[in-house]
Design a protein around this ligand. Structure first.
Ligand SMILES: Nc1ncnc2c1ncn2[C@@H]1O[C@H](COP(=O)(O)OP(=O)(O)OP(=O)(O)O)[C@@H](O)[C@H]1O
Ligand SMILES: [Mg+2]
Length: 346
């Protein structure tokens, strides 16, 4: 069945966090009903989908020639349109198996400050999926709403959403984004950095999935009371043979330090460009971290010490964006001005 037909079966409004690393789907009055890695394994010859989501992610770095594991989004935007559409189609099949819906309105997030063409591509994917109406919302706005910030108040709010592809920094006041920056330094860059470090300092080749495991298990932004260790398996560069090594949180912290510094620098620059009344509010109230990257140990502490600003990690940071879109769906009238309507903006 075509995706169009499948989505026509939806009766409720649907919110989608189409992320570089993870895709989450929220159905109005139901909550988050799908949360899967944004990965597709396809058969190279026929371009047919073999697996999507978690099962496809498990195949990264392990696929035979006949199958490719693809992450169709890069740096927060669609890099492979065809595969993104296939992925969404399969996700909707999964959603559809759980509930019965027709004709949804879809609200889908995009990083702040992407081009019209990139926005259009996301809208088109949703439309081709059969959405009756498709709306966009800027990711940091959704993150702020999902983190529980009152975006309508007249003080400055700052949210920093560290995802797989981008770190989105935004200052929000009176229901609008006042300043925003999108930095292509986030989870994926940290993983790449760990791959390079392990290769250079340990002569060991590891894949990006192993690097991500190291990051999630031991990465930190400041010295830890009890430093951690993690054992990984890779291939020795010189001998070509498999070998196990133990890496420490200290060495990983030093390896990724420069990237953490770049994020902090960007937050600082954004604060400097923010009107003084609003930045004064933020220095007093603090900023909120969302997205998977907020899980890096002591990142809040590091930002707080470097910029002399209070920093909070949102509850359930990986779900802030989709929960924010969910709140928009539940109170469409209240939030209608924060969504980007195709009729008025294109
Ligand atoms: N506990 C953790 N510590 C550090 N990093 C983590 C942790 N948990 C998840 N991550 C990382 O967070 C990233 C995924 O976060 P998230 O789902 O917010 O990104 P995304 O929304 O898919 O990406 P983007 O918003 O950039 O398009 C991945 O890089 C993942 O490795
Ligand atoms: Mg995201």
């Amino acid at each position: 069945m075509r995706l169009k037909n499948i989505l026509h079966l939806f009766s409720e409004d649907v919110g989608i966090d189409l992320g570089t690393a993870n895709t989450l789907v929220y159905v109005k009055n139901k909550g988050v009903i799908l949360n899967e890695p944004s990965v597709v394994a396809i058969k190279s010859k026929t371009r047919e989908v073999y697996e999507v989501g978690g099962k496809a992610k498990d195949m990264i770095g392990k696929t035979p020639n006949a199958i490719e594991a693809i992450k169709p989004l890069k740096d927060g935007v669609i890099a492979d349109y065809e595969v993104t559409e296939k992925m969404l189609r399969d996700f909707f099949k999964i959603v559809h198996k759980k509930k019965f819906f027709t004709n949804p309105r879809v609200v889908i997030c995009v990083p702040a400050g992407v081009t019209q063409v990139q926005k259009r591509a996301v809208m088109d994917v949703a439309k081709e999926a059969g959405a009756r109406e498709a709306y966009l919302i800027e990711e940091p706005m959704a993150a702020a709403i999902g983190a529980g910030l009152d975006i309508f108040e007249s003080t400055g709010n700052m949210v920093v959403d560290i995802g797989g592809g981008t770190t989105e920094i935004a200052v929000i006041s009176l229901g609008g984004i006042v300043k925003t920056t999108s930095l292509r330094v986030a989870g994926d860059k940290i993983d790449e950095c760990i791959v390079q470090y392990i290769r250079k300092d340990h002569n060991l080749l590891i894949g990006e999935k192993t690097a991500e495991e190291i990051k999630v298990n031991i990465a930190s932004a400041t010295v830890l009371g009890d430093e951690l260790e993690y054992e990984v398996r890779g291939r020795n560069v010189l001998s070509g043979l498999p070998r196990n090594i133990t890496v420490t949180s200290k060495e990983i912290r030093e390896a990724i330090e420069e990237l953490i510094y770049q994020m902090i620098e960007e937050i600082k620059i954004t604060l400097e460009k923010t009107p003084p009344e609003l930045s004064a509010d933020i220095y007093q109230k603090g900023l909120v971290l969302t997205g998977g990257g907020a899980g890096i140990r002591n990142l809040d502490k590091k930002i707080s010490e470097s910029l002399e600003i209070p920093v909070m990690v949102a509850d359930n940071p990986l779900a802030c964006v989709v929960n924010g879109i969910g709140k928009v769906l539940q109170s469409f009238d209240k939030f209608k001005d924060v969504i980007i309507s195709p009729e008025t903006d294109y």
